[in-house]
Design a protein around this ligand. Structure first.
Ligand code: BJW
Length: 258
């Protein structure tokens, strides 16, 4: 059964000048990309984050970390954007000012057509030097794992943000500013646990925005937001866009709403 969209939320979105959206792993779950913290299916149910997603894990066992990310990179490359990603790309065209802030590293928002995506935790499809963070696109063929930076010989690593690392400065500054300036803030498919991303909806709330959560489960954020839409993003987001903007003159919408 579909969640009905409250009239007050429809009005708020229709009249909003600025909308900000924070997405998490749940928005890509329906594309077959595993989330992190869900029991049974989440990555951390099978793998220890301390062994894989920290700088010290990489120092201890760079080969293991590189290979784990290579496996996930393949998975992401084969995944396709789902109706939730497409609905957000459509929403961007319907709202005067729109920011899509994502914790996801899978690049699926851009592949769905979102133009302005703020990536807080990097992108798994990019590679950087572990010594100076310079982005590296090519390196000589080698059997060594991880391969080495062609400029300085240090190991290469994925361009993602591990625990204990700072988020990219500009991305975080933009996200905080847009959260504070928006009229409506949607948190979609995130457990709202990992900082500093988890603070963004609260920043928006404190600044007076109408806050919305879209998630099949309750999170620590649920009790703070004005509206909770319970269900999968791939169903709720298309329904939300269709309800708020029923006459959206956007080509390609049909594939979302089938
Ligand atoms: C659906 C769905 C469907 C399912 N539709 N929904 C205070 C106390 C203690 C520690 C800290 C603290 N402040 C900061 C920290 C440290 C740490 C932190 O927050 N730890 C917490 C665990 C407490 N933060 C950091 O270290 C950050 N850096 C930092 O703060 O720098 C300053 C600093 C430096 C030094 C010391 C202290 C501070 C960096 C965080 C980097 C996070 N990196 C990861 C890995 C990225 C690379 C990779 O992909 O491998 O980012 S961890 C992982 O979690 C990933 C995600 O982006 C992130 C958030 O997870 P997300 O997206 O919310 O996924 P899940 O799985 O948790 O939730 C999925 C949700 O979807 C669920 O709610 C489902 O119900 C829902 N769902 N199906 C809609 N169909």
């Amino acid at each position: 059964m579909q969640e009905s969209i409250p009239d007050a939320l429809i009005d708020a979105l229709r009249t909003a000048r600025k909308v900000a959206v924070l997405t998490g792993a749940g928005v890509s779950a329906e594309s077959g990309v595993p989330t992190f913290r869900e029991a049974q299916t989440g990555l951390w149910a099978q793998y220890d984050p301390q062994e894989l997603a920290t700088p010290s894990a990489f120092r201890r066992n760079p080969r293991l970390v590189w290979e784990w990310y290579a496996w996930r990179r393949d998975l992401v490359t084969q995944a396709q954007p789902n109706p939730g990603h497409l609905a957000l790309a459509l929403m961007e065209q319907l709202v005067p000012e729109f920011t899509l802030i994502t914790q996801n590293v899978d690049g699926l928002h851009a592949r769905a057509g979102s133009q302005h995506v703020v990536e807080l935790h990097g992108n798994i499809l990019r590679t950087k030097c572990s010594a100076d963070s310079r982005l590296v696109t090519d390196w000589p063929p080698t059997d060594e794992v991880p391969p080495r930076c062609p400029h300085c010989g240090s190991y290469l690593r994925p361009d993602v943000v591990w625990f204990g690392e700072n988020l990219p400065y500009e991305a975080l500054a933009t996200a905080v500013a847009d959260a504070r300036a928006c009229d409506v803030f949607l948190a979609v498919g995130t457990s709202a646990i990992v900082q500093p991303a988890a603070s963004l909806p609260l920043e928006a709330l404190q600044a007076g925005a109408i806050t919305v959560e879209i998630n099949p489960q309750t999170t620590p954020l649920s009790r703070h937001v004005a509206f909770v839409l319970t269900g999968p993003a791939g169903e709720i987001l298309p329904q939300l866009v269709q309800t708020v903007w029923p006459e959206a003159p956007v080509s390609g919408a049909a594939e979302i709403f089938t």
